[in-house]
Design a protein around this ligand. Structure first.
Ligand SMILES: C[S@@+](CC[C@H](N)C(=O)[O-])C[C@H]1O[C@@H](n2cnc3c(N)ncnc32)[C@H](O)[C@@H]1O
Length: 320
């Protein structure tokens, strides 16, 4: 074991878990059905308290990487005309559907206009110009082909529609490596190589075997940190690259703003430095709103081309 390996491992052992607050809030054992359902509910509740920065009333919305689906339910509940949540993760989609079913019972006889589909965001089975808003929260750093996703979002948006990204994180941001459950400490990739990080993860998993549940790739032969994840879904995106992608896919960047750490907030006011890679480091994420140029057209109902893939909660609507 080298010096770097030893230092990182010792730090990880003593670092407090940044997930402890969330686990306490959800009042359930991570990995259990109760935990997943509580997670969907907190996604919904968080948005009830904080909104999503833009009105979705009357809009046809697509949420890409919907996960446990609570935000899609929120948008449906606050007046979106229709919401489709898509994800690759069949397990999370099961919880999303169950949460929507329970919520629909709560709202009955109002039919919550939400449905979910298993689909990759790199190849959407929707016709061109189907949606007014594409919503992507906490996902842009997870797409293996983020530019392809942006191109697809552009294609399925109506002219004048927008791609709303409430948060995504640069690989160099505070928890950009997404190892909150294992290594716990922030910015590890700024100071240590990925090989050192993976070796520390092995040692942490000897003490806490549940780390294998969070990072199943650890039992394979991971070369990079992304290999630890179930779907290998972590890219190397930076804020600069995100904005370049937006320009390449013909989006107009209406807003882009990093969420600075305490020091990052100061840094963001310094010309040049506030737009440099240092801003990635001293941030916890960034938000963006990208617009597809053109006049807004009369909305048509969202219509997936491959209707069989979409699991509506009831025939013709979304209520069971
Ligand atoms: C960190 S989770 C975020 C989930 C949810 N948006 C939230 O904020 O809780 C990232 C999600 O992106 C999904 N994902 C990754 N790559 C994807 C792809 N190509 N197409 C669709 N979903 C994808 C993952 O399965 C996962 O559910």
């Amino acid at each position: 074991m080298g010096v770097a390996d030893y230092i990182l491992y010792r730090m990880a052992r003593n670092w407090p878990s940044p997930m402890a607050k969330m686990t306490k809030k959800l009042q359930a054992e991570p990995g259990t059905d109760a935990y997943h359902m509580a997670y969907a509910a907190q996604q919904f509740d968080y948005r009830v308290s904080n909104g999503i920065s833009r009105s979705v009333r009357g809009l046809d919305v697509l949420e890409i990487g919907t996960g446990h689906g609570g935000i899609a339910c929120f948008m449906a509940a606050v007046g979106a005309k229709s919401v489709v949540g898509i994800d690759l993760n069949t397990r999370d989609l099961r919880y999303a559907r169950e949460f929507a079913r329970q919520l629909s019972e709560h709202y009955a006889p109002f039919k919550l206009p939400v449905e979910y589909a298993e689909m990759t965001a790199t190849k959407l089975s929707f016709r061109d110009a189907t949606f007014d808003l594409v919503f992507a929260d906490n996902v842009f750093e997870h797409f293996t082909e983020p530019e392809e996703v942006m191109r697809e979002a552009y294609r399925v948006l109506r002219p004048g529609g927008g791609l709303l990204v409430p948060v995504f994180s640069s690989i160099y941001s505070k928890y950009g490596l997404h190892l909150k459950h294992g290594l716990k400490l922030p910015w590890a990739n700024v100071f240590f190589s990925e090989r050192t990080i993976i070796r520390a993860m092995y040692r942490m998993a000897e003490i806490e075997p549940r780390i294998y549940d969070w990072y199943p790739g650890l039992s394979g032969d991971p070369k990079r940190v992304r290999d630890l994840r179930l779907y290998g879904d972590l890219n190397d995106i930076t804020y600069h690259e995100f904005q370049r992608m937006a320009a390449r896919t013909s989006f107009r960047v209406e807003s882009f703003a990093p969420y600075g750490t305490r020091f990052g907030k100061v840094l963001s006011r310094v010309p040049l430095l506030g737009k440099s890679i240092l801003m990635d480091v001293f941030s916890t994420g960034a938000s963006a709103y990208l617009v597809k140029p053109g006049e807004r057209t009369t909305p048509r109902p969202a219509q997936p081309a491959a209707a069989t893939k979409v699991d509506a909660l009831s025939g013709g609507g979304v209520h069971r």
